[in-house]
Ligand binder design. Structure first.
Ligand code: BGC
Length: 777
């Protein structure tokens, strides 16, 4: 309807004002104000809305998320956007076109965060930004960077870390990479969108302090380090109103306090009040609905939406438009350097692999490997939903990767698993798989083996590799049961390990997972555990690179692996066991408050989620409350060893520079991540975490015996906590410990410095509208 109105309007304008139109302003970077003045109210109302989703074959870029409204008479072109943080998501084939369009399937965000390498994040962002441009689009709807508050959130594979500094800096590297190609980045989902269950309607109830120190902090670091051209607001409500309809959040904090000048876009069909979103400063609503057009138009006419507010939104949209490839008339050729990007995927994929345990078996010396576990033959390269790249793109399998690295893969198991997976496919999808599912499709149950089959495999191989897989996706959270191994997985690990160990042979477990799972209960049965995460299209190569030792692992966990689900305080307030997995998918139909369930009482963790753990998310909780973990935040082994010497701290004004000499003391070349945590004096009295990550650095590849001195800066303001009573950031004066760590549980060196007090007052906004029972130390 909106589009019909627009055609009529344009036709009328065309007939009545031909000469006027010929002389109309044509958009340039330096005449945006004049163009805004030259726009009709109708045009403004169209521009603040998207133009529908581009799923169909007849779209210019089929399978992409949408576009912006074109106004040819003013020289305003359409611009085009697509998901995702793992690569450009669009249909690989097009009607009446014999070419195919396969962008690169880069690595999952969790893999990228595990590199602890800002440069790797830049490379991935640059590759994606380049493909967006070369395939004709303008704007990538990523990075997704919500905090990992709970291991079961369905979109964790799209997110980076439980720590705001790591999340913010990796996201910043990615954004800088995307935008270095002239492509717009769109960090999302702003903010406190940490569950998928009832995601369009849930209220996150978060203290001002946790918001400022944890959830907003990740975005603040990213905004200040990378200045994204756009930000996507989230589906959820936050302390009352929808995030996208909250002016205190979008304008007071981000624009007024942080100084960000870019364009906000809503998540797709988010919110329930288009006028409130405009008033809040949410410039564009995607993919755009007729009723939103009507509401904005009427409000602008009757003055409830002041014209200056609408104009400000329009102006920010045009400021984005003039930077885009389509505005600049870029001639794309659908021919990015896919080979170079595949190499990036392999290298970054390898760098993001985390070696969790190694009882002398890795790197593999035996050349004959037997692969167990369905995932070994059904490798997962990333999650499902709009966070994944095009369906049908290739993934280098584990078998292919190992063979390319000269391993002999035990053949009988290939045949057995091929049959088993085919039978499971029929059982799970009797009428065939749905062509696209945003929630993860069911995975095969494990096959069990007879003693004879196992005996033959032990004889025919030097080592067993068991792969465990977990796939997550949009619109549904994982359930608690998914954290633990299934009975079939447990039986398989036991049977294979017993059989191999009986003959003095070893067993390696690979975790091809989207988020933490239980490892504590079974890892003693195997000789090495490698968390491969999900490494995109080249994963088979990247895993083989690490297993063979041609790449020495240097990845570190971006989140804690708990012993049990429920150990973290945040788990008490999370929908871990909600059966109705459809609750997250309301957006598919365009969320509308009239269609919300009316008669039921608001339910905890579904309709509202109280963030009672407050600032104690992830290691901040485990560390400060002395709780055991399976693997701490920041953990990861190498095939070599490193020493940390000559730690020092120098002070220059408000900046502390910590340096340490890292030496490769082992016999293999390797890179090492140095993690800088800071412990404040009197942390318990001040209700502060025991220590917090304030910076990190990664060495270059160090040869055996080689050293590198790394330096990391911390400002007095980085050490501040948010004081709710004073509505201010405050750093207390005192002697602070700068802890150089190899994980949150392992301090390698320590230096201390006196810090002067510092205070910075901000607006007293975003209070929760309920009383929260917050955890305190
Ligand atoms: C997701 C966004 C995505 C958008 C457009 C939404 O469902 O939450 O992350 O960018 O769809 O596809």
């Amino acid at each position: 309807m909106r589009y019909r109105v627009s055609i009529v309007t344009i036709a009328v304008v065309a007939l009545c004002g031909y000469s006027l139109r010929c002389s109309a302003q044509q958009l340039r970077a330096d005449n945006i104000d004049e163009v805004v003045k030259a726009m009709t109210l109708e045009e403004k109302c169209h521009l603040v809305l998207g133009c529908g989703m581009h799923f169909n074959d007849d779209a210019k870029f089929p399978g992409t998320a949408g576009s912006t409204y074109a106004i040819p008479r003013l020289g305003i072109p359409a611009t085009y956007c697509a998901d995702s943080q793992q690569g450009l998501r669009m249909s690989a084939t097009r009607a009446w076109d014999h070419n195919d369009y396969y962008p690169t399937d880069f690595v999952a965000s969790m893999t990228l965060a595990s590199t602890w390498d800002r440069e790797a994040a830049f490379r991935v962002g640059q590759g994606i930004g380049n493909e967006v441009r070369e395939f004709g689009l303008d704007w990538i709807l990523s990075p997704a960077m919500n905090l990992i508050r709970n291991p079961l959130c369905g979109r964790n594979h799209e997110y980076y870390s439980e720590d705001p500094y790591l999340s913010g800096t990796i996201a910043a590297g990615y954004v800088r990479g995307v935008q270095s190609e002239g492509t717009a980045a769109c960090p999302k989902h702003f903010v406190a969108n940490n569950q998928e269950t009832n995601r369009n309607n849930n209220i996150s109830q978060v203290s001002q302090r946790a918001l400022r120190e944890i959830y907003l902090r990740a975005f603040e670091i990213m905004v200040k380090e990378s200045d994204p051209w756009t930000i996507m607001t989230s589906y959820n409500k936050l302390n009352g109103p929808y995030a996208l309809q909250n002016r205190d959040l979008l304008t007071t904090i981000v624009r007024d306090e942080w100084g960000w000048k870019g364009m906000y876009v809503s998540d797709w069909n988010a919110g329930d009040d288009a006028v409130a979103a405009m008033l809040a400063g949410n410039d564009m609503l995607q993919p755009g609905q007729d009723k939103q057009y009507q509401a904005i138009f009427e409000a602008a006419q009757n003055g409830t939406l002041p014209v200056e507010v609408l104009d400000a939104n329009v102006k920010r949209i045009l400021e984005y438009v003039v930077k885009t490839h389509n505005f600049k008339g870029y001639k794309y050729d659908n021919n990015p350097d896919l080979k170079a990007h595949a190499q990036t995927v392999r290298e970054v994929g390898g760098e993001g692999i985390v070696l969790l345990s190694n009882n002398g078996i890795l790197p593999l010396t035996g050349k004959r490997v037997a692969l167990f576990g369905c995932t070994s033959y059904d490798w997962i390269s990333g999650g499902s939903g709009f966070g994944g790249t095009s369906v049908g793109h290739y993934t280098v399998s584990l078998v292919e990767g190992l063979r390319a690295a000269d391993y002999e893969v035990y053949k009988p198991l290939i045949g057995v698993y091929t049959q088993h997976l085919a039978a499971e496919e029929k059982r799970l999808f009797p009428t065939g798989r749905p062509p696209f599912s945003i929630t993860p499709p069911a995975r095969a149950d494990e096959k069990q083996f007879t003693a004879e089959e196992l005996h033959a495999a032990v004889e025919g191989s030097d080592v067993a590799i068991i792969s465990l897989g977990r796939k997550s996706g949009e619109a549904a959270d994982r359930s608690e049961a998914d954290f633990y191994l299934k009975e079939g997985e447990k039986q398989l690990i036991k049977a294979v390990s017993d059989a191999y160990h009986a003959k003095g042979k070893k067993v390696v477990a690979l975790l091809d997972i989207c988020s933490p799972i239980d490892v504590a209960s079974w890892q003693g049965q195997v000789d090495a555990v490698v968390c491969t995460w999900q490494g995109g299209q080249e994963s088979g190569f990247a895993v083989a690179d690490v297993l063979s030792g041609s790449v020495n692992p240097s990845g570190k966990l971006p989140m804690t692996f708990p012993v049990n689900y429920g150990d973290a305080y945040a788990d008490k307030n999370f929908p871990a066991n909600v059966d109705d997995k459809t609750l997250g998918a309301m957006f598919m139909w365009g969320y509308d408050k009239d269609s919300a369930p009316k008669e039921r009482q608001p339910q905890k963790d579904i309709d509202f989620t109280n963030y009672e753990e407050d600032i104690y998310v992830g290691y901040r909780y485990f560390d400060s409350f002395g709780k055991p973990v399976a693997y701490p935040f920041g953990f990861g082994l190498s095939y070599t060893t490193f020493s940390y010497t000559d730690a020092a701290c120098s002070v220059d004004g408000d900046t502390y520079t910590v340096s340490v000499k890292v030496t490769n003391t082992g016999s293999r070349a390797g890179r090492n991540v140095v993690e800088l945590f800071v412990a404040a004096p009197n942390s318990k009295k001040l209700n502060k975490p025991v220590k917090e990550l304030r910076n990190y650095a990664k060495t270059r590849l160090l040869q055996p015996g080689e050293s590198q001195t790394v330096t990391m800066k911390v400002k007095t303001s980085d050490l501040a906590s948010f004081n709710e009573k004073a509505s201010a950031w405050k750093t207390d004066a005192g002697r602070y410990d700068f802890l150089i760590c190899s994980s949150a549980s392992q301090v390698e060196a320590k230096v201390s410095a006196n810090v002067k007090s510092w205070t910075h007052k901000v607006h007293n906004v975003m209070q929760p509208n309920v009383k929260l029972q917050l955890l305190r130390r």
